[in-house]
Design a protein around this ligand. Structure first.
Ligand SMILES: NC(=O)c1ccc[n+]([C@@H]2O[C@H](COP(=O)([O-])OP(=O)(O)OC[C@H]3O[C@@H](n4cnc5c(N)ncnc54)[C@H](OP(=O)(O)O)[C@@H]3O)[C@@H](O)[C@H]2O)c1
Length: 243
């Protein structure tokens, strides 16, 4: 069917997307930062479903890495038709802006906001030329509410919404959709860093539990399969925030 590049494909939501999109018949480029073995396990799972998969290392804090990643993937596997930008960090957990120094701010912005821009920038030209593309950026409920991580994280995620609105204006009439998915409290490594705190938060979620990465992947698969959803920010948060 199509080739999907998934950043953050080694773990959590990105890994679930890799398997889910492979089930829908797509080949998968699994991009990872440091979890090479986990990325290989995801690729093996994709191959077991009968689809092609390869892993690609790319440090998203590096300004050059996203475009190098796109070039490598296209050279090895062909045109990228689906881009899921899931790589992200939520560290440090720090609500007090006085404790966020410029280096911390810049690192979170580089990984969570600049890298999705750079990887989308590198991939979207080919998508527009071919008249088909799907871009999904992983935001967070924090983009709407400020969230529980801190101002650095909330601002980095909110920036993705403006990016998607801008890109989708360029792309909407040319077969390329651009959307944001904003989860909350999904049970991945990101949340398990402080399991007790997050189980406490889970009790505040109307559905009464943490979400599953597979549930986010199902939403993303629906967005990828639908040409009439674009320029949207879609929450998946167990009813936490009405929109
Ligand atoms: N889980 C939630 O409740 C939740 C809620 C709202 C938003 N989100 C967003 O959803 C996305 C996925 O989250 P998740 O829960 O799946 O997180 P996760 O389980 O912690 O996985 C994070 C992924 O991002 C990659 N990554 C992190 N830093 C990187 C870097 N510097 N360079 C390259 N790759 C890097 C990791 O790759 P390596 O391990 O290979 O480095 C890993 O594959 C993130 O953008 C996150 O902000 C998650």
């Amino acid at each position: 069917m199509a080739l999907a590049l998934i950043t953050g494909g080694s773990r959590g939501i990105g890994a679930a997307c890799a398997v889910r999109l492979a089930r829908d018949g797509h080949d998968i480029a699994v991009a990872y930062g440091s979890s090479a073995e986990a990325a290989e396990r995801v690729a093996a799972e994709v191959r077991a479903l009968g689809r092609a998969a390869r892993t690609f290392a790319a440090e998203m804090a590096d300004a050059e890495a996203p475009s190098v990643l796109v070039s490598e993937v296209e050279r090895e596997l062909g045109p990228i038709e689906i881009l899921i930008a899931s790589a992200g960090i939520n560290e440090p957990l720090e609500q007090d802006p006085r404790k966020i120094d410029a280096a911390t701010w810049d690192r979170v912005m580089a990984i969570n906001l600049r890298a999705p821009f750079l990887v989308a920038r590198a991939a979207i030209g080919g998508m527009l030329e071919r008249g088909y593309g799907r871009i999904v950026l992983l935001s967070s409920v924090a983009a709407y509410t400020g969230g529980i991580v801190g101002p650095h994280y909330a601002a980095s995620k909110a920036g993705l919404h403006g990016l998607a609105h801008s890109l989708s204006q360029l792309a909407a009439g040319r077969g390329v959709t651009v959307n944001v998915v904003a989860p909350a409290l999904i049970a991945t490594d990101m949340m398990r860093a402080d399991e007790q705190a997050f189980q406490g938060l889970a009790r505040r979620i109307p559905v009464g539990r943490l979400g599953q990465a597979g549930e986010v992947a199902d939403l993303i698969a629906a967005i990828v399969s639908n040409p009439y959803i674009t320029n949207q920010s879609i929450l998946i948060d167990g009813g936490l925030r009405p929109s």
